[in-house]
Design a binder for this molecule. Structure first.
Ligand code: MRU
Length: 342
């Protein structure tokens, strides 16, 4: 299964707002539709957002009627601005947009028709590289998982959050494929239930044993000794190894430390942002209140209540046992380990 694909001049996205009840696809040649899909989480997860953004730029390029390269680049700049305004936390979005922009500038001597092809090829390359990175993370991370482990994960950092295979779930998939008997605890991940809807769907399709728990049950299972390891993804890693991931990750990490459970973060290097020194510089997306007050389309909270809805939280590096990347497993001190990668 591919989360994102380009076929016959169109982008195809599995609509993650519909899963697991319906398997529907968004098929579009309109970059604004892809931007909207990112905003409403039809496509989500840091690496998938980056790849979708790159393809959105390619769509904008293909649709352009500009005759001169200058007009073409101006139009592209407008499209990039709109796509970049969708979600602020996952750095992969800005990384992919910057790479597409640089590719366009570096080839500005070409005719518009040729430049369009170059940009589509660059988006294909970004997608292929992401998939390759997922596989490598899986291989490196699987070494940390033992036969018989119970692994807890939060949100969905799987095939659906990447082009395919995943980040945290890549580690679990690779361990499972090596014949290790793994059992996964999936936090449901309120308010949008990526764990309940997406992680369970992915794992059950591959017969990887999974137990769904509410977010507030994680500590209980840790205290009973039922969790051996924790593996999560991240939307951004700062230069010192602090990470931002789905809201609730911080609580899981603190509980893991209390119970001496290894807490691993799996990310492609495209999720590392060396321009920011620590997690306090990561912009945290605030989403609409109805995601918290409602459930399955019906209101559950008292009408008019004040709501806070940060989509992510920051886990300081001291809670992280190791960061699994496509270039190997990083151990503290993370500032030094990360600096060596760039
Ligand atoms: O709001 P979402 O669903 O895009 O949040 C996704 C996460 O928090 C993932 O854990 C993160 O992007 C890593 S995905 C490989």
């Amino acid at each position: 299964m591919k989360t994102i694909e380009w076929k016959n001049g169109k982008v195809i996205l599995i609509d993650q707002t519909k899963l697991p009840l319906k398997e529907e696809y968004i098929v579009t040649d309109d970059y604004q539709r892809v931007a909207e899909a990112i905003k409403i989480l039809s496509v989500r997860g840091a690496p998938a957002i980056g790849v979708a953004a790159a393809y959105a730029v390619a769509l904008a390029a293909m649709k352009s009627q500009a005759k001169s390269t200058k007009d073409f680049l101006d139009e592209l700049g407008e499209a990039i601005k709109l796509i970049g305004a969708t979600r602020p936390t996952a750095v992969n979005l800005f990384w992919a947009l910057e790479r597409m922009k640089e590719k366009a500038s570096a080839n500005s001597h070409l005719a518009v028709s040729r430049l369009k092809r170059v940009l589509k090829e660059e988006a294909d390359l970004i997608a292929a590289e992401e998939l390759e990175m997922s596989k490598k993370m899986g291989d490196y991370g699987a070494e940390l998982i033992a036969d018989g482990d119970n692994v807890l994960t939060h949100c969905n950092a799987g095939a659906l959050a990447t082009v395919d295979y995943g980040t945290a779930l890549a580690v679990i998939r690779s361990a499972h494929n090596q014949g290790k008997k793994i059992h996964v605890y999936a936090d449901e991940t309120r308010p949008l239930l990526q764990g309940a809807r997406l992680t369970t769907w992915e794992l059950m399709r591959e017969n990887i044993p999974v137990t769904l728990i509410c977010d507030n049950m994680a500590g209980h299972f840790m205290s009973l000794g039922k969790v051996d390891k924790i593996v999560v993804g991240a939307d951004r890693v700062a230069a010192n190894g602090d990470i931002a991931n789905k809201i609730g990750t911080y609580s899981v990490a603190v509980l893991a430390k209390e119970h001496n459970i290894p807490f691993y973060v799996a990310v492609p290097v495209t999720t590392i942002d060396i321009s920011i020194p620590d997690g306090s510089h990561i912009p945290i997306e605030e989403r609409e209140s109805h995601e918290v007050t409602g459930f399955g389309g019906s209101q559950v909270a008292t009408e008019g209540v004040t709501v806070a809805n940060p989509a992510f939280d920051v886990t300081p590096n001291r809670y992280i046992t190791a960061i699994i990347t496509d270039k190997g497993v990083l151990k503290p001190p993370y500032d030094k380990a990360i600096a060596r990668l760039f």
